[in-house]
Design a protein around this ligand. Structure first.
Ligand code: ATP
Length: 252
């Protein structure tokens, strides 16, 4: 059974169609990257998967059930969400923010899990600091910890590496990889195609609300897709860790 399945899904935001006939699945053990230019519909896919945007056609299933028929708590138990927006209204200590990921656990247990998750993203030393007094990258790691604390079968992460330094980007991708390796599923939107190519089992490419590729990285990011969707050229290089994508400027 898929942790997430969108079948022929279309959606609108206001007057604008944002997704058209989207098919997509995420299974246990998979790290799937969602790539596409600005405005392609990546955030809309993640929000629709959580029932935050209604489907106009097709169906969205979370853990086998129609998402629209699940209450908020049932959705939260099936999927954790790391939104692109990193605003936190209250200046609470990082450990308390991270613990919010597991409101269903007793206080000491959720704090213990929060501490472990902060350690996992190398933010243990930030545990007692207010999140408003942190850099953007530090806060991003605290919010990732909050999503990891939920330990849901599926993790939906929207641009989790934006604004992070290179080592932190690799750390975050490594954590997402481990999460999937523990039999969970991860759907992560990424602009960095090289990172997506290196870490994802599959890449789904969206263009103007439609899926134009869904395959292993070297097939999904073909010359044609790189040029026609992203307006760039790339070269797949052989390396010890498998094929590596090198992005080149594309001149017509
Ligand atoms: N609240 C809204 N009302 C109307 N249209 C919206 C709204 N939010 C987003 N859109 C439009 O929906 C389309 C898809 O947006 P979405 O945020 O899903 O794209 P994205 O691929 O995540 O983009 P980015 O890479 O820039 O974050 C865009 O054309 C955008 O202008």
């Amino acid at each position: 059974m898929s942790l997430l399945a969108l079948n022929g899904v279309s959606a609108r935001l206001g007057p604008r169609p944002v997704l058209t006939d989207v098919d997509l699945t995420v299974r246990a053990g998979e790290l799937v990257a969602l790539c596409g230019p600005n405005g392609a519909g990546k955030t809309s896919v993640l929000r629709l998967a959580l029932g935050l945007i209604p489907t106009m056609a097709g169906e969205a299933r979370l853990g086998g059930d129609l998402v629209g028929e699940l209450g908020p708590q049932a959705r939260a138990l099936r999927a954790a969400y790391l939104p692109q927006e990193r605003h936190i209204a209250w200046n609470m200590p990082a450990i308390e923010i991270a613990a919010l990921g597991a409101p269903f656990l007793a206080g000491p247990e959720s704090l213990a899990r929060a501490r472990a998750a902060l350690d996992q993203v190398h933010a243990g030393d930030l545990a007692d600091r207010g999140v408003a007094d942190m850099s953007g990258g530090e806060r991003a790691r605290v919010l990732l910890a909050r999503a990891l604390v939920a330990d849901a079968p599926l993790l939906l992460a929207d641009e989790p590496v934006a604004g992070l330094d290179p080592a932190a980007q690799l750390l975050v991708m490594g954590r997402l990889r481990s999460y999937a390796n523990r039999g969970r599923g991860v759907l992560v939107s990424l602009h960095d195609l090289t990172l997506a190519a290196r870490h994802a089992d599959r890449i789904i490419v969206l263009d103007r609300g439609r899926v134009v590729a869904d395959a292993v990285p070297s097939e999904a990011l073909s010359d044609r897709v790189l040029r026609s969707v992203f307006g760039i050229a790339g070269q797949w290089l052989k390396s010890e860790g498998g094929p590596t994508l090198s992005i080149l400027p594309y001149c017509e």
